[in-house]
Structure formats: structure tokens, C-alpha cells
Ligand binder design. Structure first.
Ligand SMILES: Cc1ncc(COP(=O)(O)O)c(C=O)c1O
Length: 371
């Protein structure tokens, strides 16, 4: 049986090279104080240095995080103070009030999966306490809150461009005190471009998708052998620029329709799978630009294995916290790591592919229920 193979990462259509540059230049790319590095972690490290945060300054950070953003804050010399999130994945003012003292100089807030936090409220709260707000919009490029772009409320806003478009890399930062642009030699980005094209073909051509599915268990096994714990958090050289391919292709990919297509795809999946969607993601708020479609299950591994056999490469989301987190002190975040997985929702998916995701998910849920 031929199956399309889909992952949460946006693919790169082969016709991209023939497209003219877009007239659409969304925030933060239209800002004079925007800088682009290879990865968002590089952008965070540099922005912390230029905004005036000093060695030992305390920053409030969420216990539910990727880990690489935490590593870059530590490498920038900051001292972390973790906070928990409530049922809606929001910070709780009461908890934060208990954590704040004169040593606290910054507050780090993450917009999860392209869904906006109430940043207006949090910016006012930071201003009252005379601390800097760092807005992590790594998963939320193109999303808005109250009509204003995410990442524009804080003194620093950070974005992963490659999470929204099929480019090899690109971590942008906008800051009231912008760092210098990275001056080193750029890599070409060719290998990652090839992978993104390959994924495009595997998504749209079931013949290739099926071949990939035959080899993917072996590839996953090999990758696991090479991985060392927490490798994915490494900062590496913070002055790494974005690759040539990313900067060349991004202007051809930018589109005013991207966020709306992601929203439409999300709405379609939500209509069929709402029962397994975590509470904070059951309604699509105005301005969201979904990065992935979250599913919450007690045993996500079994579900993911069944989905993979049907061509849907979901992802166990943020399973490993940064090693600096005292995991047991943050039970809600711990539970989120054990139970939330992500499915594809990106703008390159068509109706046939969305239907394949819905069908695979329904069959997997049915199989698990009656196992
Ligand atoms: C919330 C968040 N912040 C920051 C980052 C760091 O992004 P990068 O991998 O581009 O350094 C990630 C990466 O996944 C992330 O999910």
C-alpha cells in the first residue's frame, strides 16, 4: 500500500526557486533592529549580552521549555529561577510575585505552539517590577495578540523562521538593544535544503513516502545510537549566521496566507480530534499561527508508533527538560512532557494529507482503546 509520509516540519516545494521575492515582509523582518542568526538560541545569547543583563542576574523561566533556550540563558551568565504553568499553560501572577526580589532582572515567557500568551498583561507586570520581558516566539512567527505581532511586546523577541517555512535554519531576534549581525562565513545549507525537498516529495508522492517508511525505523535507531543526552540543547558558536540558502529562499516563501492556512488546517484537525487535544489548545484564538497540532494521551509512544506505520511522523514534544530543572518540583510541567505529542499542521499539507492524518489518528485511538 502506498502512503504519504508527513512530519511536523514544513517541507520545501521544488518550485520555490522560480518564485519572485514576496512583497510580504512580516514582523520582525521589517524592523531595523532585527538580526538573523543560524538558530534562535544564538539570537537569545547575543540579545542577553547587548540588553545589559549581567553575570548572576536572575531570570524567571518556565519549567515547561525546550531546553536550548535555557542553555543559552545559562551560557549568557544568567541565574535561573523556574516558575510553573497553570492548566492553560499560563504563568500565575501569585507564584511570580513570590519569586521576585531585587536580583530578578528579567522574565522569560514562551508562546507555546503559536498560541499567544496575554503579553499585554505580562508586559505591564514587568514594567511595574522594572524588569525586562523576553518573549519567546520561536514557535510563533506570524502570530499576533490583540492585532500586534508576538515578539513585539517585550524588549526582546525571538523567532525560529525555519519552523514556519521549509528553510534550513534561521533564528531571528528583535531587541531594543540589538546585537551586531554575525560576521562569520555562512554555510551553504544545501544538505538541509535537500532534506526539506525530499520531505516535500515524500509527502506528496506516496511511492516515495512508502519507501521512506520502510527505512525510517532503521534511520531512527541509528540516530538514537549517535545522540548523547541533551545534545539538542547545545549552544555551539553563538555567532553562527543563517545559511545562504535560508536567506535566499525565505523571501520567496513568505506569504500573507501562511498563518491562515495553518489555522484552517488546525481547525480541520480540531473538528475531528478535539477529544484528545489538551485543554489550552481546544480553541483557536484570534491571531494564533499553529506550529503543530497537539494531542494529549497517557501513553503517547504507542499512539506515535501506530501513526508512523500510517505515514504520520508525530513528535513526542519536549520529552527531556533542561538538566538544571528540579523536575519533581514542577509536577504539571512533568506531566505535560510525558503526555503531549505533536502532529503536522503546516501550510504545505493538502486536504488528502489532512484526511490521512485524521484517519490514522482515529484508527490508532480505536486500536489503543480496544487493545
Ligand atoms: C520555545 C523554544 N525556544 C527556543 C528554541 C531554540 O530554537 P533553536 O533550536 O533555533 O535554537 C526552541 C527550539 O525548539 C523552542 O522550542
Amino acid at each position: 500500500m502506498s502512503l504519504r509520509r508527513m512530519a511536523i516540519w514544513p517541507t520545501l516545494p521544488p518550485d520555490t526557486y522560480f518564485r519572485p521575492p514576496s512583497n510580504f515582509t512580516p514582523f520582525p523582518l521589517d524592523q531595523e533592529n532585527c538580526r538573523i542568526f543560524s538558530l534562535a538560541r544564538h539570537a537569545i545569547w547575543n540579545a542577553c549580552k547587548t540588553i545589559g543583563l549581567k553575570e548572576g542576574d536572575v531570570i524567571l523561566v518556565p519549567a515547561y521549555h525546550h531546553g536550548s533556550e535555557i542553555e543559552s540563558l545559562i551560557q549568557a551568565g544568567l541565574t535561573l529561577r523556574y516558575y510553573e504553568l497553570n492548566e492553560m499553560l499560563e504563568p500565575e501572577e501569585e507564584e511570580l510575585e513570590g519569586l521576585i526580589d531585587e536580583s530578578v532582572k528579567a522574565f522569560y515567557i514562551i508562546h507555546y505552539l503559536g498560541f499567544p500568551q496575554n503579553v499585554k498583561f505580562w508586559k505591564e507586570w514587568c514594567d511595574q517590577h522594572h524588569i525586562i520581558m523576553i518573549e519567546d516566539a520561536a514557535q510563533s512567527f506570524l502570530a499576533t495578540y490583540d492585532g500586534q505581532p508576538l515578539g513585539s511586546y517585550g524588549q526582546i523577541g525571538v523567532f525560529c523562521l525555519y519552523k514556519t517555512y521549509g528553510i534550513p535554519d534561521g533564528g531571528a531576534v528583535v531587541s531594543t538593544a540589538p546585537p551586531s549581525s554575525p560576521a562569520k562565513n555562512q554555510s551553504s545549507g544545501m544538505w538541509r535544503v535537500f532534506k526539506r525537498h525530499f520531505n516535500w516529495v515524500a509527502t506528496h508522492r506516496p511511492e516515495l513516502g512508502s519507501v521512506h517508511l520502510v527505512f525510517s525505523p532503521a534511520l531512527r535507531w541509528l540516530k538514537k545510537q549517535w545522540d548523547r543526552p541533551h545534545q539538542e540543547f547545545d549552544l555551539n558558536d553563538p555567532n553562527t549566521p543563517a545559511s545562504k540558502m535560508s536567506l535566499n529562499l525565505l523571501p520567496k516563501l513568505l506569504s500573507e496566507e501562511t498563518a491562515q492556512i495553518r489555522r484552517d488546517n488546525y481547525t480541520y484537525l480540531l473538528k475531528h480530534l478535539v477529544d484528545v487535544v489538551p485543554l489550552p489548545f481546544r480553541d483557536l484564538p484570534d491571531g494564533a499561527s499553529p506550529f503543530a497540532f497537539p494531542v494529549e494521551l497517557e501513553n503517547p509512544e504507542n499512539f506515535l508508533n501506530l501513526m508512523r506505520k500510517k505515514g504520520v511522523m508525530g513528535l513526542l514534544f519536549w520529552i527531556n527538560p533542561h538538566p538544571s530543572l528540579p523536575v519533581e518540583n514542577f509536577p504539571h510541567s512533568k506531566k505535560l512532557r510525558q503526555t503531549i505529542l505533536a502532529l503536522p499542521v503546516h501550510q504545505e499539507l493538502n486536504k488528502t494529507e489532512l484526511d490521512q492524518i485524521v484517519k490514522a489518528a482515529k484508527e490508532a485511538l480505536y486500536a489503543l482503546e480496544y487493545a
